[in-house]
Design a protein around this ligand. Structure first.
Ligand SMILES: [Cu+2]
Length: 250
């Protein structure tokens, strides 16, 4: 029931982003476990739906542990009939010089509000994704919003604090999930059909595979490869290095 794996990293990364290297491995393990519904027991028409679930792991260099599995995002791209999700409004909080959550999945066309909980100013901007925004400086208790119109990965930075990083992932699908800290993910209420399963992680890149979903439960584990990833400091919104006094104030 599971289609041929389509391997390779296809993530797009812009200037200044932390840049994973392309990976030769996409999905290494496939565990199809289709449990068919007992359709014969009911005369009512059943809308075949499934849960697609599994676990994400990230290959690391020797001795390194993965402590950011919750940054993994998975979504199903329908191959039979495109079905866009309705745009939403959501929020990311800035607190203690961090974006929280650090990864958020939204349908294209959504609005993301950035609320500043810190007693000093932040300047949220994104210039390495499919769209750009710059919310300017604003202080505690204030919020400003960015529109995320095109599908893709938007790295989000602060022009004051070099180590603040978040990712908005705009996916043209209503079936998506973020992994838990243990890597487990679950996408529920998926209509039967053919899909391209995408998995993305900020260090592990993106991998895709075609899957066929039937009613019941489809177990699909995913392995991404961060062994080629290196930290590369990004530039500020003027394309310059951050001043030393703000680079290491953590
Ligand atoms: Cu900041």
């Amino acid at each position: 029931m599971v289609g041929v794996a389509q391997q390779g990293a296809t993530a797009q990364y812009g200037r200044g982003n932390r840049t994973p290297m392309p990976t030769p491995h996409g999905f290494l393990r496939v565990a199809p476990a289709i449990l068919g519904l007992a359709l014969a027991t009911t005369p009512l028409p059943v809308l075949a739906q499934a849960t697609v679930a599994g676990r994400v792991t990230v290959l690391e260099r020797a001795g390194a542990r993965t402590d950011d599995l919750e940054n993994a995002v998975l979504w199903l791209e329908p191959l039979d009939a495109p079905r866009a999700a309705a745009p939403t409004a959501t929020e990311i909080v800035m607190e203690a010089r961090r974006f929280r959550p650090a990864v958020r999945v939204v349908p294209p066309g959504s609005q993301v509000r950035f609320a500043n909980y810190d007693p000093f100013r932040h300047n949220v901007f994104s210039d390495a994704g499919p769209g750009r925004f710059d919310l300017g400086l604003y202080g505690r208790g204030q919020s400003r919003s960015a529109n995320v119109d095109a599908a893709g990965v938007y790295p989000v930075f602060c022009n004051i604090h070099a180590r603040m990083v978040a990712y908005l992932i705009a996916v043209p699908s209503r079936w998506f999930a973020q992994a838990g800290a243990d890597g487990a993910y679950q996408i529920a209420d998926v209509p039967a059909g053919r899909y391209r399963l995408h998995a993305w992680h900020d260090r592990g890149g993106e991998a895709t595979r075609e899957i066929a979903v039937a009613a019941g439960h489809l177990a699909t584990d995913v392995q991404l490869d961060a062994r080629g990833w290196r930290f590369v400091p990004h530039k500020n919104k003027y394309g310059q290095d951050y001043p030393p006094e703000t680079r290491d104030r953590y």
